[in-house]
Design a protein around this ligand. Structure first.
Ligand SMILES: NC(=O)c1ccc[n+]([C@@H]2O[C@H](COP(=O)([O-])OP(=O)(O)OC[C@H]3O[C@@H](n4cnc5c(N)ncnc54)[C@H](OP(=O)(O)O)[C@@H]3O)[C@@H](O)[C@H]2O)c1
Length: 403
């Protein structure tokens, strides 16, 4: 009963016809209620090893996760009391990580090229030249823990300038496995006597900062490439917490970069744009209006279904939609799986063999890179689907009256 009520509430606040249909069916309500109650019970079985370390069951595989509860602010300050953390680069990650470290009471300095966009942004956000804002080389020299948060291309281009300062006893930190995994292309190495660690937040540095200010945290992965001190993993976990992560899970530099490049080219960005476009174009070709094609492709997905998938899972979505939608989705998901599998296979191979990394480095370091990128981005921006989307978004009640 309660579950059916919840479904009705969801359906009321949802534009989704398939959910409304499910809420209206009395015969399946009991079954839905039972399925709902099962889904809303956490599927993970945990056994606590220490307070903040848990072994969790992820769909049948046991994994260790680390939580921030073992590293309160005071403990972090004590642990890093003799350290200077030098954050090189002030892009989204440099911004979010350095400000969170500072707010956690750690000794942080920022290193960026003088007069550049990042330099001016750092000054605007409170960093002071000569006090906690320096050139890249000066900061690398002063830091006992050096965060290499330059762009991936700049990590290659500036390694010759940075590496002389990464001396034995220091810690070298990355937020991406890129530079080391593709070191045949970047020239980045693991200097002798240095702890080399990774903490990669699963999201933008701006999100990391916003969640930190709200008392929440982004999930991050951690890895160790070289453990010179015997404490490299502990340091990676502590730094992961200090930059504002919620929980941390273990990976390797290779796995981090492979999954990251694969995911952003796939379901996170490339594949989703491809699927949206293909569905929209077929609807348009068959006489559907831009608003109908957009609503049925993007708006219902992002406004109604995707948030519910995020909250409850795709299994819940299958169990909770109308039988008509259910039949169709059950029949067609395998066709889409079969069609996309070879593309994903090819993509993963290209990530592993380094050709995706090579393409990113080559393209991103060409002199006219900005201009050609702007052209490609403009093509997406000016395509009919995303122009139609602008108008559809304006019609959302919360945007009424705004431009
Ligand atoms: N963005 C994300 O969502 C995300 C998530 C997890 C991990 N990461 C990783 O975190 C690291 C930093 O990424 P990001 O997105 O924050 O950085 P980004 O925007 O790609 O670039 C960061 C910095 O690189 C500097 N830079 C670029 N070319 C330079 C050059 N030739 N000389 C000197 N400085 C140069 C920029 O300075 P100027 O302003 O002076 O150009 C900027 O401060 C990367 O390894 C990335 O893969 C990113």
């Amino acid at each position: 009963m309660a579950s059916r009520f919840a479904l009705r509430q969801l359906a009321r606040s949802s534009s989704s016809s398939i959910l409304r249909a499910a809420a209206g069916r009395t015969t399946s309500a009991a079954a839905l209620a039972s399925r709902l109650s099962k889904v809303s019970t956490p599927a993970v079985a945990s056994s606590f090893q220490t307070r903040g370390i848990k072994t969790l069951d992820f769909g049948g595989s046991k994994e260790v996760v680390y939580e921030r509860s073992d590293w309160p602010k005071e403990k972090l300050q004590e642990y890093f009391k003799n350290d200077t953390i030098a954050v090189l680069g002030y892009g989204p990650q440099g911004h979010g990580q350095s400000l969170n470290l500072k707010d956690n009471g750690l000794n942080v300095i920022v290193g960026v090229r003088k007069g550049g966009r990042s330099w001016n942004k750092a000054i605007a956000e409170g960093w002071v030249e000569g006090k906690d804002l320096f050139s890249i080389e000066e900061a690398a020299d002063k830091g006992t823990i050096v965060f290499n948060l330059l762009s991936d291309a700049a990590q290659r281009d500036l390694w010759g300038q940075v590496s002389p300062y990464i001396t034995p006893g220091k810690t070298l930190y990355f937020s991406h496995g890129f530079a080391l995994t593709y070191n045949d292309q970047t020239g980045v190495t693991t200097p002798e006597g240095v702890d080399v660690i990774l903490c990669a937040p699963k999201g933008s540095g701006f999100t990391l900062r916003t969640l930190f200010l709200d008392g929440k945290g982004l999930n991050s992965s951690i890895a160790v490439a070289q453990d010179a001190s015997g404490k490299a993993k502990e340091k990676a976990i502590a730094l992961g917490v200090a930059i504002g992560s919620g929980y941390l899970y273990e990976t390797t530099f290779k796995k981090e970069v492979y999954s990251d490049l694969f995911g952003e080219r796939g379901v996170l960005m490339g594949a989703i744009q491809g699927l949206f476009r293909a569905q929209y174009d077929i609807l348009r070709k068959n006489g559907h209006s831009p608003s109908e094609a957009f609503n049925e492709t993007v708006e219902e997905a992002t406004q109604s279904l995707f948030p519910l998938i995020g909250q409850k899972g795709m299994d819940w979505m299958f169990a909770s939609c109308s039988v008509t939608a259910q039949r169709g989705a059950l029949d067609w998901h395998q066709r889409f799986y079969d069609a996309s599998l070879p593309v994903f296979e090819e993509l993963y191979q290209k990530v592993v063999d380094g050709s995706e990394a090579k393409r990113a480095l080559d393209k991103n370091s060409q002199a006219d890179y900005r201009e050609s990128l702007e052209k490609e981005l403009a093509e997406i921006q000016e395509s009919e689907i995303w122009r139609a989307g602008k108008t559809v978004r304006q019609l959302r009640p919360e945007n009424a009256g705004k431009n």
